[in-house]
Design a protein around this ligand. Structure first.
Ligand code: SAH
Length: 242
């Protein structure tokens, strides 16, 4: 039987937000490959080999998945949220470049953190927006600052992934400074932590009130655009620009 690789998004946390397509792939799999906490979300069963690995080894992990598929295994590489958003799908294609053997590959979408968070908040991404990964593991910090300034100038709402890491605790404080300077103190900013898990906590403040400690690695941060406003407990961005 010929092997395959599916790169699957497990959604933001709860099983309710795992798609039936991803469930079916997990049920057919012989091997699960991924970052330790994501592999832990897959129920063990007879005939299923679990291969959890540490975070910063994405390319090795992708090569390993391709090797297993070449041996005839049915491999699911798991990501949280969506596998195409700051996750394993790109790593798999990077590992595929230059290889002679290409197994069947499928990318199975999942609900990414910013969309799960946005639904809890109201509709902060109802108009044009962008998503920025604030980790500088894979790109220079100067590029992050440049993108922040240009996105603010274009009046995009923004979703920030990986807002704060232990390796760079001062980075997010700097981000808030830049945003205050570019967007003013009254702009709304939403902190959505561990959405759809028992630890979920979501709150919205102004940029003047925002503190770096309001975010950690389990938080996705959503900044409104200049028209984003509150209605009752909700925060939304109007669809039109007058
Ligand atoms: N592929 C994932 C993102 C991986 S980067 C996705 O599509 O969601 C990891 C970052 O995602 C975290 O630092 C955090 O910013 C965000 N994130 C992942 N799960 C989350 C959740 N349940 N609640 C809030 N943010 C989350």
């Amino acid at each position: 039987m010929s092997g395959w690789v599916a790169v699957a998004g497990l959604g933001p946390g709860t099983d309710d937000l795992v798609t039936p397509e991803v469930r079916a792939a997990l049920a057919q799999a012989t091997d699960i490959v991924g970052y330790i906490p994501y592999v832990a979300r897959v129920a063990p069963r007879a005939g299923l080999a679990l291969h959890p690995s540490d975070n910063r080894v994405e390319l090795d992990r992708a090569r390993f998945a391709l090797d297993l598929a070449a041996e005839g295994k049915r491999v699911v590489v798991v990501s949280s949220g969506d596998p195409g958003v700051f996750a394993m799908a790109s790593a798999l294609f990077e590992a595929l470049e230059g290889r002679e053997d290409a197994p069947e590959i499928r990318i199975l979408p999942g609900i990414t953190a910013m969309l799960a968070a946005s639904a809890r908040i109201g509709a902060p991404l109802g108009h044009d927006f962008c998503a920025i990964n604030l980790s500088d593991n894979l790109k220079p910090w100067a590029l992050i600052e440049k993108r922040l300034r240009l996105a603010a100038e274009a009046d995009f709402a923004m979703a920030f992934y990986n807002p704060r890491s232990k390796a760079r605790p001062e980075g997010f404080a700097r981000v808030l400074e830049i945003l205050r300077e570019a967007c003013g103190p009254d702009r709304l900013i939403c902190f959505a932590r561990a959405v759809s898990t028992p630890d979920e906590a979501v709150r919205t403040v102004t940029l003047a009130e925002a503190r770096p400690e309001m975010a950690d690695m389990r938080t996705v941060v959503i900044l409104g655009n200049s028209a984003t406003r509150r209605v009752g407990p909700w925060v939304y961005t109007p669809r039109s620009v007058p």
